[in-house]
Write a protein that binds this ligand. Structure first.
Ligand code: FAD
Length: 551
């Protein structure tokens, strides 16, 4: 069977023996799907294997952060994600309450998408992302990404296909896959990527361990349908309602505003009904659609792969969802790995490119686990101020409320205001980045200070012609020239051409951009991270060799 025939969308049966593709992706969660779409749009043939029959209606993540939305914009799907998500004019406020009908103890205001977009449009100092966050439930996002992946001719999406095992050697990777008819087929590829979640069997077969703190606390999460609740909430619209109680209860509004999840530390599913009714505290018609336990973990894998096999997403890092760095970190992994795999398969990527994946992304996994730890400590700090008399209309009750609010006004923000963690990460010690001497800007979770220090994400900036810099930058390497110059940059163009690597020059003699970026020249890679910056050309051959992973 030819590869082309195999790449048609029919379900594989055991008769499809010895199929070959370029990349096998195990797991069609948000990370595997994002990787498949990005590889596909780069023209790479890949096969996405998912053991489930179809995406499931089960709640998990619900917020794509600003960086993920920038990535989705670059992939051409940001608007689709917004159209499917939370209404753009509803505020993203976070409340601390005793119930949905009593005056909130604390209301932390956060802009709706429409307000955040207006703020972004009105500022041009590099401090804002190009795209604001978007609330979208994982059970909405996964089918959406699946439908996009299925339109890409080089992406073969196969649900009801369970990855069983692999072997690898110098020529490639061979996998055993259980097909819908129960038979076992073999698929081989140049590379395999395990995006198969926290209990990743790809990771286990590599013998890679997760390190850190496991099973910190067990919650129950239930999903409810309640059509008129959102409109009837008398205390104001928002996305998270944390109940000041001794069960760590919180209510999350899902993207439709008709569905809600409630998390609480309780012993039975039955108690989750009572907990919902107590929180809502008004008569509503509702249905509890599902309920399941989940555990808090703070774990990072020792390694992000071995040889031709790589790992991404929850397979290599598990955070406490507080702060929303789970899927968002995984999307960052996918996007770092995607162009490096494509470059290698297209023949212009040197060996350091794939080596740099673990170096760049594991440090971000460690960093985001730490950010999540700090956020959840903040949550615990204000919850520890709960007292049994908190609802009493007595001086003691009033004092308990005032004290909890005082602590929460500082500590709860640690979960909701992690813009530094989201945008300010930088790849240190990478063999494909021209590092500079010194420590570089400080690493802050709650503050984003724009920087073009090599390894950083290129800060967003509006150009004089109204375009966003990120939109003006092409898919390959880009030399940004922020001053008028007679220099042709010919040696650098030739050096990239000699490597067969895509390269272009973007002349932007724009004073604001020069001011924000701080240098005349910047070399930016396909994922919009800075490789090098300077005021005059340097050794072009060496720069191209480093950037493409050949140095
Ligand atoms: C309550 C809760 C709230 C959260 N909120 C947020 C949030 O707001 N923002 C955020 O960024 N993150 C959040 N997260 C975390 C987020 O849900 C995860 O980080 C995300 O799902 C990880 O995506 P993934 O694709 O790596 O793995 P998964 O979503 O776990 O997907 C792995 C896929 O691999 C498949 N698979 C496994 N083994 C095999 C096999 N052998 N063969 C074939 N397929 C296989 C599975 O069926 C699954 O579909 C939250 C998590 C929870 C529990």
């Amino acid at each position: 069977m030819s590869v082309r025939a195999w790449a048609t969308k029919r379900a594989m049966s055991s008769s499809d023996s010895a199929l070959r593709t370029q990349v096998i992706i195990v797991g069609a969660g948000p990370v595997g799907l994002t990787l498949a779409i990005d590889l596909g749009r780069r023209g790479i043939r890949c096969c996405l294997l998912e053991q489930k029959d179809a995406p499931q209606f089960l709640p998990k993540m619900e917020r794509c952060n600003a960086r993920t939305m920038e990535i989705y914009r670059r992939m051409g799907i940001a608007q689709k994600v917004r159209d499917a998500g939370f209404p753009r004019d509803v505020p993203m406020d976070v409340f601390i309450i005793t119930s949905l009908i009593e005056p909130p103890l604390l209301r932390l205001p956060y802009p709706s998408v429409a307000e955040a977009e207006a703020d972004i449009a009105a500022h041009n100092d590099g401090t804002r992302p190009l795209e604001p966050y978007q609330l979208i439930s994982q059970y909405t996002l996964e089918p959406l990404l699946k439908s996009v992946a299925e339109t890409i001719p080089s992406v073969d999406v196969r649900y009801a296909h369970e990855f069983l095992s692999f072997e690898q050697d110098a020529d490639g990777v061979r996998t055993k896959v259980k097909c819908p008819d129960g038979c076992v087929a073999e698929i081989s590829a140049d590379y395999l990527v395990g995006c198969d979640g926290g209990s990743s069997s790809v990771r286990k077969q590599l013998g890679i361990k997760l390190q850190g703190e496991a099973n910190l606390l067990q919650f129950r999460q239930a999903l409810y349908r309640c059509d008129d609740l959102f409109d009837r909430i008398p205390i104001g619209k928002g996305r998270h309602y944390h109940v000041a109680d001794d069960r760590s209860t919180f209510l999350i509004v899902q993207d439709s505003t008709k569905h809600f999840t409630l998390h609480a530390v309780v012993d039975s599913d039955e108690e989750m009904k009572r907990q919902f009714e107590q929180t809502v505290a008004m008569p509503v018609e509702y249905e509890m659609l599902s309920c399941a336990p989940w555990r808090q973990n703070l774990l990072v894998a020792d390694r992000y792969g071995d040889g031709r096999v790589f790992l991404a997403g929850d397979a290599v890092h598990l955070v406490i969802p507080t702060g929303g760095l789970g899927m968002n970190s995984g999307v960052g992994d996918a996007i770092d790995l995607s162009w490096k795999l494509a470059a290698t398969l297209q023949g212009w990527g040197g060996p350091n490119l794939l080596t740099s994946y673990e170096i760049e992304r594991r440090q971000i996994g460690v960093r985001n686990v730490e950010a999540s730890r700090q956020a959840s400590r903040g949550r615990r700090a204000w919850r520890s101020q709960w007292r049994p008399e908190i609802r009493d209309k007595t001086p003691a009750g009033e004092a308990a409320r005032a004290n909890l609010v005082r602590v929460a006004d500082v500590e709860q923000r640690k979960s909701n205001e992690m813009i530094g963690a989201e945008l300010g990460y930088r790849y240190r010690g990478s063999p494909v980045i021209c590092d500079e001497p010194g420590d570089g800007p400080p690493d802050e979770f709650m503050r984003y200070v724009p920087s073009t220090w090599p390894g950083a994400r290129l800060p967003h900036c509006w150009l004089e012609d109204g375009r966003a810099m990120q939109d003006a930058i092409g898919e390959g390497y880009t030399l940004l020239r922020l001053v008028r110059t007679e220099d042709t940059a010919e040696p650098l163009a030739r050096a990239f051409a000699d490597r067969g690597a895509p390269f272009s020059i973007l002349d932007v003699a724009d004073e604001r951009a020069r001011e924000i970026y701080g240098y005349d020249l910047l070399l930016v890679r396909p994922d919009l991270h800075v490789v090098w910056r300077g005021n005059r050309p340097i050794d072009a051959v060496r720069l191209a060799a480093i950037a493409t992973g050949h140095a």
